[in-house]
Design a protein around this ligand. Structure first.
Ligand code: HEM
Length: 314
């Protein structure tokens, strides 16, 4: 088999900073965010697929962080860009389950080396202060999958709210039940009130900063809830490439419901000094062999270390 070596995690974080800008104290990705608390209740479908205690049916406290994609803590809320929902399920016995879910079914690179190459191609030239269009074009032509995610975002409306967009886990995970049966799938958190976007006109009228206030209002009204849905993979489905979604029409089951119950102050909350590592999994859920998934823990730790040293900001 081909041996794939991942780039040094510090190099990846350096590349994020060089390409997207460095904002002291903030996350290098998903910088503009807000922390909330939620409750998850799993159901019998969840228990049939996995022994994870998240599905017990008891209320599980969950730390939730919503954010706008990118490194800029002042990123505009009214553009066709990425929204994120990171989660930490605080399970009985000190176990935790972390996720970093995004508002697209796919990621923008299939391997850490490809992500590094893409970031390098997008890094502004020191003299022109802009990326070199030739370099951007050459890299994308040689690696066409790096364009798929931006095509997806361009095809979707601006989300009306953090609470009205789907959030995908993107990677494959295995769910293991008491008999030891292993079912692979990809999950999606789908808003119970439905997906809702803004027209271009509405987005313009909303301005660049409405998502935090909108979230507070909707949570106050008790309206922010998501179904935790699993799209079941078939044995022939490709699960080692985060730029390839599962084929259309795979069976989808609801494993439980996440309800957001409170929102922290803009600058605080339990998200501030933690990172969400998607390979922190409970017993009963296992990682697939997607190289992007395995490569996330180390740069997240590097990013957290830098934020803490600089004085973390939300
Ligand atoms: C090797 C590949 C990747 C690298 C190097 C990387 C890097 C980072 C870094 C440095 C952070 C900030 C961490 C922190 O300071 O706490 C971050 C956040 C994030 N990443 Fe990635 N990432 C990678 C892959 C992915 C993939 C595949 C997804 C899509 C599912 C993703 C989704 C997110 C989300 C949602 C956040 C924000 C989480 C939060 O609110 O704390 N990342 N990433």
């Amino acid at each position: 088999a081909e041996t794939v070596t991942s780039p040094d995690p510090t190099k990846l974080v350096d590349a994020f900073e060089a390409a997207n800008g460095k904002f002291d104290g903030y996350r290098r990705s998903g910088a503009k965010g807000i922390c909330a608390m939620g409750e998850f209740v799993g159901n019998a479908e969840g228990r049939a697929l996995s022994v994870a205690s998240a599905f017990s049916g008891q209320k599980i406290p969950v730390i939730v962080r919503f954010s706008v994609g990118g490194a800029n803590p002042k990123a505009a809320d009214n553009t066709k860009s990425q929204r994120n929902m990171a989660l930490q399920f605080n399970l009985p016995g000190g176990e935790s389950w972390q996720m970093g879910n995004i508002s697209a079914p796919i990621f923008g690179a299939s391997s850490p080396a490809q992500l590094l190459g893409r970031l390098e191609s997008l890094t502004p030239d020191p003299i022109t202060k802009a990326p070199n269009p030739e370099k951007v074009k050459a890299f994308a032509e040689a690696n066409p999958e790096v364009l798929l995610q931006s095509k997806y975002f361009a095809s979707q409306p601006v989300p009306a709210s953090f609470a009205t967009v789907n959030y995908w886990g993107v990677h494959g995970f295995a769910f293991v039940n008491a008999k030891g049966d292993k079912q692979f799938g990809k999950w999606i958190f789908e808003p119970i009130g439905g997906v809702q976007g803004l027209s271009d006109e509405e987005a313009k009228a909303k301005g660049s900063s409405f998502l935090f206030e909108d979230l507070r209002q909707r949570v106050k009204d008790g309206k922010v809830a998501f179904n935790f849905n699993l799209e079941m993979a078939q044995p022939s489905d490709q699960l080692n490439n985060a730029t390839v979604p599962l084929p259309e029409g795979r069976r989808k089951v609801t494993l439980g419901t996440l309800k957001v119950i409170s929102v922290s102050d803009d600058s605080g909350g339990p998200c501030l000094n933690i990172t969400f590592v998607p390979t922190v999994l409970p017993k009963g859920v296992e990682a697939s062999d997607d190289p992007m998934l395995a490569a996330r823990a180390a740069p997240y730790a590097v990013g957290l270390g830098r934020r803490l040293t600089e004085g973390s900001k939300q």
